[in-house]
Ligand binder design. Structure first.
Ligand SMILES: CC(C)(COP(=O)(O)OP(=O)(O)OC[C@H]1O[C@@H](n2cnc3c(N)ncnc32)[C@H](O)[C@@H]1OP(=O)(O)O)[C@@H](O)C(=O)NCCC(=O)NCCS
Length: 87
């Protein structure tokens, strides 16, 4: 499965990209992401965003995605930090 969320105007966010382990490596992930990006493009949305863990960055890069740390912000005041693990 994979979902596209957004305001249907300026930005789309690709979320929940997952392929069942029995079917990984058969091109399904690429086809889903391509389809969502194409939907954005055909609806005039010029920026499609997603959050990728480091192990799947190599999956997204050939699909045209680039890393842009400058645009990433989060709100998680209660989340553990790196310094917590050293206490
Ligand atoms: C990441 C995931 C969605 C890829 O789906 P998939 O259907 O297995 O991928 P595809 O078969 O479409 O692969 C397309 C290409 O990406 C490569 N690829 C797939 N997963 C990769 C990974 N984790 N790292 C690097 N390359 C990867 C494939 O080898 C293939 O390369 P090729 O064109 O040279 O043959 C799938 O492995 C998955 O569900 N993982 C667990 C959930 C997850 O991490 N989701 C991402 C959340 S951001």
């Amino acid at each position: 499965m994979a979902r596209l969320v957004g305001d249907a105007a300026m930005y789309s966010f690709i979320v929940d990209v997952v392929v069942h382990p029995d079917h990984q490596g058969a091109g399904l992930g690429r086809r889903m992401v391509d389809a969502l990006v194409n939907w954005s493009n055909t609806h005039g949305i010029r920026t499609t965003l997603l959050i990728a863990s480091s192990d799947v960055v190599p999956f997204y890069e050939p699909l045209g995605f680039t890393s842009d740390p400058s645009s990433f912000m989060k709100y998680a005041p209660d989340a553990p930090t790196a310094s917590d693990s050293t206490k």
